[in-house]
Design a protein around this ligand. Structure first.
Ligand code: TTP
Ligand code: MG
Length: 611
């Protein structure tokens, strides 16, 4: 549910639990903006460097003509950047949050400066042969356009806040947000009028809206509602894709064919049913693919729905003037990058396609060009194919090993429960088992590090998760953390039939998992660092975060773990039906090994900090 941005490497953390499907093309060039390695490395160095940014110097002007103070305010306050409460960002100077935001903003300014230089240079070039190439790609994309599906995106309105208001009607009509002074999960529509929004630190929100009421999170309640809503979805599409607790994609093509009812009627009925079960409203978008359906679900929010007909002219008409920012994947960072190139709408992306092609990486180009054509994925699958599931928690800084282990225990229990999912469409239960345990740490200065461990068998039990997580954690002590996450990946599902309330376990994996945990396995720090990957920090507890990327490219490039050989990756690809190993992956395996040779195999990230 975290806003994700194809170019934003570090997104605000919200801090509860989450699951994700790793479908993001982690090829390394997937999120980097420039095709030119030299450009890229300049920006990366700046983003990764933990050296404090000089925040005492007076405001300068960035390459795209914005003052650096304004650019930082925008980063912290979004659309509310110019509102009274945010006029002086000075007061936060010196706080870890501010320093971190300032550093990221500075890195982005460097990127934009470089990009603009390249843009100016390209403007003088003859790019006609590139244009021919691009138009050939577009022709191919058009040929595969599929208008045969009716895809629906349903999203609950101000979800956590609405649940809180439902259960405490005295909050209604007052500006309120769910979260605390360090971070908000969401805000009601009253508070949004003041510029308060999800993923905004509570202390900034309070400045924008001094009367803001802060309500703590109650995840169990949100989960319960989510289950009720999913039961409704399952009646219309047994293979619906949950994206988070409050959001899902459905393919209602078959349901419509069977019942002969119109898409609008069917979706109205889904929303009515959600309301009668939960007393909460949802909004929906209906279109030929997921990208468009998602944009549509926002149009008549709250408590509304919108449809684009499955017709090319209607789609292009809709797309032409659509602000690029409305597309999932184009967040505040990409918006700024595009803005610097004078690109505001999807129509502008199409117009400037040749510059996008020359400046951005191929993956980014493909994502943007597909969006500008209104193309998106039509694949709606249940979460059986998910590649990983994870939970994470934000907390007040913790450094005592026993406290950190207690957090880990909590995460292990939570994740294990999430791995046992009831398949709502048939009365069966499937449990996901996985082989790779990853711990994620966010230090008190906001540096994020992942450490992974591959295990020679599949696990899912809380004790096993804790056991392997503990090994990783203990190897990293001492630590001073504000967030910890636990992920299980390389998943496979064991279907377990539920009969008369008695669970009968048949699967081999299940029998395996009653064995005592395997002792021997190696800790394998993942070579990717958070600040160079765009993996969202927030993942919701029952959704498939990675599915957000499905519109991006339906390709997962394999990133090898640190000590994985080409053969290991090949085996993993086979087991998880991922994309076969590519030359890039092979190169990366080689790189990993050379890093391993020259490193002590423990602390890899410069951002990693210890007390
Ligand atoms: P969203 O659907 O993005 O937001 P929302 O339901 O609060 O509001 P809207 O009416 O615009 O859909 O997210 C659903 C819930 O997920 C939200 O209520 C709180 C949580 N969440 C976070 O914890 N962090 C985040 O950054 C976001 C965006 C959401
Ligand atoms: Mg919502």
């Amino acid at each position: 549910i975290q806003e994700f941005d194809i170019f934003d490497s570090q997104i605000f953390n919200i801090g509860e639990t989450g699951c994700c499907m790793d479908r993001y093309p982690e090829s390394g060039d997937g999120i980097s903006m420039f095709c030119d390695e030299e450009f890229n490395s300049v920006a990366k160095t700046s983003a990764d460097n933990d050296a404090p940014v000089d925040t005492t110097s007076s405001s300068s002007t960035t390459g795209d003509g914005k003052s650096s103070d304004y650019s930082l305010r925008k980063r912290m306050g979004g659309l509310a950047a110019n509102k009274a409460g945010l006029q002086s960002v000075d007061r936060e100077k010196g706080t870890a949050f501010f320093e971190n935001e300032a550093r990221k903003d500075e890195a982005l300014n460097v990127k934009i400066d470089k990009m603009l230089k390249k843009y100016e240079f390209l403007k003088k070039d003859d790019l006609s042969s590139d244009l021919v190439k691009i138009d050939r790609i577009i022709h191919e994309l058009e040929r595969d356009r599929d208008l045969s599906h009716i895809i629906v995106h349903v999203d609950m309105d101000a979800f956590y806040a609405s649940v809180e208001e439902r259960d405490n009607p005295s909050l209604r009509g007052k500006p309120m947000a769910v979260g605390d002074t360090s971070m908000l999960s969401t805000a009601n529509y009253e508070a949004r009028k003041f510029g308060v929004r999800s993923a905004m630190p509570g202390f900034i929100a309070k400045r924008l809206c001094p009367n803001l009421i802060l309500v703590p999170l109650h995840f169990e309640k949100y989960r319960t509602v989510s289950m009720q809503v999913r039961k409704v979805f399952a009646q219309y599409d047994p293979n619906f894709t949950p994206m988070s607790l409050d959001e899902a994609y459905l393919d209602v093509t078959e349901y419509i064919q069977k019942t002969g009812r119109s898409p609008d009627e069917v979706v109205q009925q889904i929303r009515d049913e959600i309301f009668s079960k939960t007393r909460l409203t949802a909004s929906a978008g209906i279109a030929a693919n997921k990208l468009l359906a998602k944009v549509c679900s926002d149009i008549n929010k709250p408590n509304g729905q919108y449809r684009i007909q499955n017709n090319l002219d209607c789609i292009m008409e809709f797309i032409r003037n659509l602000p690029a920012r409305k597309v999932s994947g184009i967040g505040r960072v990409t918006e700024r990058i595009l803005d610097a190139l004078e690109i505001k709408t999807l129509g502008d992306i199409f117009q400037k396609r040749v510059y996008i092609y020359k400046i951005f990486t191929l993956n980014s180009f493909q994502f943007l060009i597909r969006a500008s054509l209104g193309l998106g994925s039509t694949v709606v699958k249940s979460d059986h194919n998910r590649k990983s599931m994870s939970v994470e928690r934000t907390f007040a800084p913790l450094s005592r090993p026993e406290d950190l282990l207690a957090k880990l225990r909590e995460l292990a229990d939570h994740l294990s429960a999430d791995l046992k999912k009831e398949d709502l469409s048939v009365s069966r239960q499937h449990t996901l088992h996985g082989k790779t345990v990853t711990l994620k740490f966010k230090s008190i200065s906001y540096g994020v590090t992942n450490r992974a461990k591959t295990i020679p068998r599949y696990i899912h039990k809380a004790d096993d998760l804790f056991y392997f997580g503990k090994q990783i954690l203990e190897a990293e002590l001492p630590l001073n953390l504000r967030l910890m996450g636990l992920r299980l990946s390389t998943l496979r599902s064991s279907e377990v039939e539920t009969m008369n309330g008695v669970k009968r376990f048949f699967s081999v994996q299940e029998r395996e998992s009653v064995d005592p945990p395997v002792k021997k396995s190696t800790v394998t720090p993942i070579i990717e660092h958070q600040s160079t990957s765009s993996e969202p920090e927030y993942m919701d507890s029952s959704g498939n975060e990675g599915n957000r990327y499905a519109n991006y490219l339906d390709v997962k490039e394999n990133v090898p773990f640190r000590d994985e050989s080409v053969e290991d990756v090949e085996l993993r690809c086979k087991e998880t039906s991922e994309q076969p190993i590519t030359n890039i992956t092979k190169e990366r395996c080689k790189e990993n090994i050379s890093v391993l040779d020259s490193d002590d195999n423990t602390r890899l990230n410069t951002n990693w900090d210890c007390p």
